[in-house]
Design a protein around this ligand. Sequence first.
Ligand SMILES: Nc1ncnc2c1ncn2[C@@H]1O[C@H](COP(=O)(O)OP(=O)(O)OP(=O)(O)O)[C@@H](O)[C@H]1O
Ligand SMILES: [Mg+2]
Length: 388
Amino acid sequence: MRILLFTGKGGVGKTTAAAATATLAAGRGLKTLVVSTDTAHSLADALATRASGEPEPVEAAPGLYLQQVDTQKSLERHWGELRDYAGRVLGELGLDQITAEELTVLPGAEEIIALLELREQARSGGWDVIVVDCAPTAETLRLLALPEALDWHVNRLLPLGRRLLGALSPVVRRVARVSAPEGEVLSAGERLHRGLLEIRELLTGADASVRLVLTPEAVVVAEARRTLTSLSLYGYRVDGVIANRVFPADGADEWRRAWAAAQARQLAVVHDSFAPLPVRIVPYLPAEPVGPAALARLAEELYAGDDPFARPGTEPPVRMTADLLDLALPLADRHDVDLARKGDDLIITAGPYRRVITLPAALSRRKISSAALRDGVLRVRFEAGGAR
Ligand SMILES: Nc1ncnc2c1ncn2[C@@H]1O[C@H](COP(=O)(O)OP(=O)(O)OP(=O)(O)O)[C@@H](O)[C@H]1O
Ligand SMILES: [Mg+2]
């Protein structure tokens, strides 16, 4: 099963590219699901179809299914126990019961729910291709990094929480009459944790890749460059760039010629920045590409004969051997990259983004002997043998 994620700045054409790619996949006989982690449900509009919380066949595109995650319903299923517990605690403290609606106000909750649904669909195994239309860049990054950030916190907090609660619960119960989490509640937390780990595995695995959508404008390109660095930092494979809304230069008036020239300059920057990734061009069409027929035409032009559903050829961003760790950080500036070590963890910062990598036992006992960023790869060497 192949998983394709589409991300990019707001309004550049993520939904269009995702819907077009999914339509093409179905047209080639692959059983395809297209989903969105964005709560603005524009996929249904782009495909000119109806959607519900379950995968629904898209009428004019046999083999293509669209799912629009129903946040409330999924929450009941995935977070029911957690919510009940939170409700009990708040109730005993004399506060109002927390409602499912209130829980979804938590930052990222809806995106997490969409991902839990995605995992369920991936697990069910019935799909050849799953296409994910992601939220605009910043949110997507947060969302994609989340499983790992959560992993880090849960690994430290769950055992700590259990110990603390074990020691405190009789006192807490007597004094504040707050119920200590029962075994079943911790297991709900642990289930959520495991679910998020599985999502990360799925999205950083060998069958998943990210396609960056951009328009050839300076501001958009600058953001796409930062996105490439941070996606690598978090372990995601980027396997292509889609330059959308490119003006054809032929037969142009003054106004369009100026735009075409400006776009050509940005496209040169795009090629230089993202090489060796393929940069695929989509022209600015004379009308909105809406509906499976228009999207299929767009996709044929977009992928022009190559196989967009083949396994990504790109290497995973993180590689570890017996004495070194390589992390691809394409386009990162030497001055923006920082490395720190805390016990078994390596904390790597690239600009505003940070990743914690827990070292495997073989490396965690050793001192770092050198670290250098060269040709877009951060290489950390460890001393041979010995304790740190
Ligand atoms: N190549 C194109 N030519 C003409 N119109 C296009 C093209 N690509 C996208 N559009 C139109 O531009 C609008 C925005 O595209 P789309 O919704 O795919 O962007 P998006 O990146 O998903 O936006 P958002 O960040 O809001 O989710 C839509 O109306 C779409 O039909
Ligand atoms: Mg969109």
